[in-house]
Structures are given as C-alpha cells and as structure tokens.
Design a protein. Structure first.
Length: 449
C-alpha cells in the first residue's frame, strides 16, 4: 500500500512536472546564448540553466524522497536564472533564482533566491563577497545545480547530502596565488543558514503521530577555510568547516535515549524516546557543534581518462543523535568524442554510536503481558525514525552525451545497497529496510544558456 504522502501528492507532482517541462521546453526554444546588455553604465549578463530528469527504481518504497517504481520527474528536475551585474571596475552583484523541489515539503516545488551577493575585487588576487552565497563545500559546490558542468547524471547522493543546503548569508573572501603550473587559492567564509532536516515516520500511532515526512528546522552559524589548487586538468580541494546549530522555536534536541528497565520483568525494558514514557528524562542540548573535513580531487590521467573523488568526515561530539558520518565516492571517466562514460562507487556510514542506538531502539520490544506494550513498542520504532542513521553504498554506471557546449543528455544505472539502515529510504509501515538492493535508472536533459 502506498504511503499517504504518495497518494496525496501524486497529482501535485504530476502538475508541477508538466509545468516545469513546459517551461524548460520554452527555454530551449530560445537562442542558446547568454543575454548581455547595459543600463545606466551598468553591464548586465543574464543566463539560465535547467535539468529535466526522470528517475525510476525497482522498489515500491521511496528512495531519496521521490524515487520509486512509479517513476518521477521531481527528484532531478529544476530550472534557474542568474543575473550578473558589473557595477564598476571592482564591484559586481549576482542574483540567482531557482525553482526546485521544496526542502520542507515533498509535495511542491519552491521558487527561491539561492544567490544574492555583492562582490568586490580590489586586485586580481583578492575577491570579497557579502550576501547570500554558496559554501565551497564540495568540488562542484558552485555548479551543483547546473548539470551541464559535470558528466554524472546526478552528483553522488552519499556525498552531496551532508547538509540539506549549503547556501549561507554572510561574508567570504578568496585569495589567489599564481604559480607556474597552476593557481593556489584560499577561501574563507562565515555566515548563517536555515536548514530543514527530513525524517520519515513509518507507522501510524493513533492520537500520537501519522505516517509520512516530518521536517525539523534548524538555524546554523557556520564558517570554514578551503585550500584549493587548480592546474591544467587537475583540481585538489581541502576544507575544514565548523558550525553551531540550534533547532528553531527554542526546541531542545535529544542527545540519546536512556534505557528504562521494568522492575516486573528483569532484563526487559524500553528506551525513553520522549516525555510520554516514564523514566529519568531524555537528555537534550540547546545546540550542536559540528566539524566537517572535506577532501576532493579531479585528476586527468591522459588519453581522455580522469578520476574524480571526494571524501568527508563530520563530527558532532557528546551526542548519539546527530548527522555525523563518513562518506565519499570515487569515479573513473573516459572522454570519447561527445560521449563520456563513467563508473562510480560511493558510500555513506554513520558512526557506530549512532548505528547502535538506532538498532537498539528500533529492534527493542516488550512482551504483550506488559501493560501498554503495544504503545511502548510503537514508540520505539517512532524514536528510531527520528534518528539520522546510514549504512549504505552504491555502484553506478552511466554516460553523458554532449549535444553542444550548452546541453547534455545523461543516462545512468545505479545499484544502491542498504545495509543496517538508511535515512535516505522511506520504509513502508511495519517494515525494516535492510540488506536490500535498490536499482535506479535515470535519464536527463541538461542545458545552460
């Protein structure tokens, strides 16, 4: 039986997919060139980008919010418009608007201003920005929405889901050093961001919860430094990022779920996942302090071959209820005229403390003779659903075909293996998705002009 979310949202998704398709097809019909013009001595450049993507899996349950055996255009389709203005020799401004799936609602698209910043370049070696901009978190941070700029059908989710959004409102600088073989640069940033973390509740608990997605808002202050080297076909990237996150509206976040032994049944008990269950109380914190280290490299091997790889390790101390993880991918690509076939291996794994807490809570049951056993057991699964826990890896084989410098068609087959658990999977009511494979086929058209 399909989840209530899928039933309620199917019409909306179809309507938005049709609307986005119409918009993209009209954009494609326009001349494939950026529009440049001047107003009152200010030079403007207008460009647009978009992806029309279809994805389908072989499983009835949903993967990555939208992908199931029914197929979807929602997962990968988006459209955007960017305006760059040169205000003076050293000053500029950039605004980028985007239409994409809402980060806080599975049943609608959302129009957002993803970039809106002023830039100041006093010399060729220095660049300063102020406003809404993108964190240099990944190799493809600047262009992750512009599918034409990379050959993968989709940037590996195992890596590119560290945070729901890597846009901030704040300040940044970039210092560049020219070298004989390339350019060395140091980027620094500090700012604030509003994130929406998604949790999937499997079960219906009368008068307590309904199954479906739950979005939890978090306000984050984040800063970091990124050292990069670019030379010929090679790029190397090392970043250190640190953030402080607080749940909105003064809500305190749990750090673990204490085990409560039942005196009438030695060796039996439950995990106190909220205040509705008797116990010592769920320990909470007003804020999380997280640190992430990112590594990336894109290296040309000659003869059209190149390797792209990224790794990340995130730490959140003093809690077993966080999004801390180790993740990454490695890929090999080969350019053959207009074709670029590739293979990717990616992985995503939470620390043992998080995985153990998830398994202990999720699998815990009290016998039926315990008063309120049904409600207690349901609460255990509901508590596990509110933990972010991963144990998965995937292989992908795909190719891109360059129609022109401004457009690409991409196709990919991906096989994801779910080990103990994965918060990227929406498990059906009463089930546990573990030790299962998900096969996904993706096809997309990507353009920029």
């Amino acid at each position: 039986m399909k989840s209530r979310r899928i039933v309620a949202g199917s019409f909306r998704k179809t309507r938005w997919a049709a609307l986005l398709l119409a918009v993209l097809m009209n954009l494609v019909a326009l001349p494939v060139a950026a529009v440049d013009f001047s107003v009152a001595a200010v030079d403007f450049s207008v460009s647009a980008f978009g992806t029309l993507g279809y994805a389908r899996s072989d499983q009835p349950y949903t993967y990555q919010r939208f992908i199931d055996k029914s197929g979807t255009f929602v997962r990968d389709s988006l459209a955007g418009l960017q305006v760059d203005a040169r205000l003076a020799d050293q000053f500029g401004a950039t605004v980028q608007a985007k239409v994409a799936p809402d980060t806080a609602n599975d049943n609608r698209y959302e129009g957002t201003v993803s970039w809106a910043f002023l830039s100041y370049r006093p010399t060729n070696d220095w660049l300063f920005r102020a406003g809404k901009q993108r964190i240099p978190f990944y190799l493809y941070s600047e262009t992750l929405d512009v599918g034409v700029t990379y050959d993968f059908a989709r940037l590996p989710t195992e890596m590119y889901s560290i945070i729901p959004s890597n846009d901030i409102t704040g300040l940044s600088f970039s210092k560049n050093w020219g070298m004989e073989s390339g350019d060395l640069s140091l980027d620094g940033y500090w700012g604030k961001s509003k994130l929406d973390f998604r949790f999937w509740l499997r079960d219906n608990i009368p008068q307590v919860q309904s199954p479906g997605p739950v979005f939890v808002g978090e306000d984050v202050k984040v800063g970091g430094l990124v050292l990069s080297y670019k030379g010929n076909e090679d790029t190397y990237h090392l970043g250190v990022h640190r953030g402080i996150g607080r749940l909105r509206d003064g809500v305190r976040a749990p750090t673990t779920f204490p085990f409560v032994a039942l005196p009438q049944a030695p060796g039996i008990g439950y995990y106190q996942v909220d205040a509705s269950l008797p116990g010592p109380g769920v320990p909470t914190t007003a804020s999380f302090i997280g640190t992430a280290i990112t590594l990336g490299a894109e290296v040309g091997l000659g003869s059209g071959f190149r390797v792209v790889s990224e790794l990340a390790r995130s730490f959140v101390p003093d809690t077993d209820a966080s999004s801390a993880s180790t993740r990454g991918y490695a890929s090999l690509l080969k350019r053959i005229d207009k074709w670029t076939p590739y293979v990717i291996f990616a992985f995503l794994r939470s620390p043992s403390g998080i995985r153990n807490l998830y398994n202990n809570v999720n699998n815990n049951k009290v016998p039926d003779f315990i008063p309120g056993a049904a409600m207690i057991n349901a609460s255990q699964r509901a508590g596990a659903d509110r933990l972010i826990a991963y144990d998965q890896n995937s292989w992908a084989l795909g190719t891109s075909y360059s129609i022109s410098a401004k457009s690409k068609i991409k196709a990919e087959y991906l096989r994801a293996h779910i080990g103990q658990m994965s918060s990227l999977v929406d498990a059906p009511p009463g089930s546990n998705i573990r030790n299962q494979d998900i096969n996904v086929f993706s096809l997309s058209y990507n353009f920029v002009f």
